[in-house]
Design a protein around this ligand. Structure first.
Ligand SMILES: CC(C)(COP(=O)(O)OP(=O)(O)OC[C@H]1O[C@@H](n2cnc3c(N)ncnc32)[C@H](O)[C@@H]1OP(=O)(O)O)[C@@H](O)C(=O)NCCC(=O)NCCS
Length: 173
């Protein structure tokens, strides 16, 4: 009983005292590739695990490497969020599509997803007219709905190692 009270008190305390000025946003640099790769894994392990099987979570990154993210960064549309010099969240887009949005579990729920989605949608709109698409993970459908995206279909992705396909939801704004 005592222990439960202590844990919930410390969570409450952290949330009340999270200062948004701790976070900064900038265009991703090639040097961020390893951090973005690791962050994606941690975000999936911590925040998407309840919606997928352990095998799907294990195989999520498939044959991806930090070099894959370096190439994406070179496209010039990725934004990273930093706290204390470390990358804690990022968003990436292409014309017409928000392609990736991941937040570390320890900073989830503080408004970074909202902020990064606004940035990602603005990037996706540059040089594009018409709907903005994305592929949501099952756990994130409610988050995107909150910001006006609607569900248009269901699908799968696989990152090249075989194993179970990973269900995703096609959404549009
Ligand atoms: C989904 C994700 C990006 C949300 O980021 P976040 O920083 O925790 O979200 P925010 O704190 O900005 O939340 C903004 C609002 O959305 C709500 N929200 C957050 N996650 C939600 C979810 N999974 N379902 C429904 N609503 C959600 C919040 O309660 C908040 O609502 P409020 O403004 O009424 O308080 C983050 O949980 C994540 O990285 N998940 C794992 C990776 C993932 O699934 N990414 C999506 C891949 S397509």
């Amino acid at each position: 009983m005592k222990r439960t009270r202590q844990v919930s008190h410390s969570k409450h305390h952290r949330k009340l005292h999270m200062d948004m000025s701790e976070f900064s946003f900038r265009r991703a640099d090639r040097k961020d590739a390893k951090a973005v790769f690791e962050l994606t894994k941690s975000s999936i392990n911590g925040l998407a695990a309840a919606s997928y099987s352990p095998a799907q979570i294990r195989n999520w990154m498939g044959d991806r490497t930090p070099e894959f993210y370096e190439k994406l960064i070179e496209n010039g549309r990725m934004t990273v969020c930093l706290r204390g010099g470390a990358v804690v969240a990022f968003v990436d887009s292409e014309p017409g599509e928000v392609t990736r949005l991941f937040v570390l579990p320890e900073v989830a729920g503080f408004g970074l997803g909202r902020r990064l989605l606004e940035i990602g949608v603005a990037e996706a709109r540059a040089g594009h007219t018409g709907a903005i698409r994305l592929e949501a993970t099952l756990n994130a459908e409610g988050f995107y709905k909150k910001f006006g995206f609607r569900t248009v279909g269901r699908g799968h992705f696989s990152h090249g190692l075989g194993g179970d396909l990973i269900e995703i939801i096609h959404m549009e704004l």
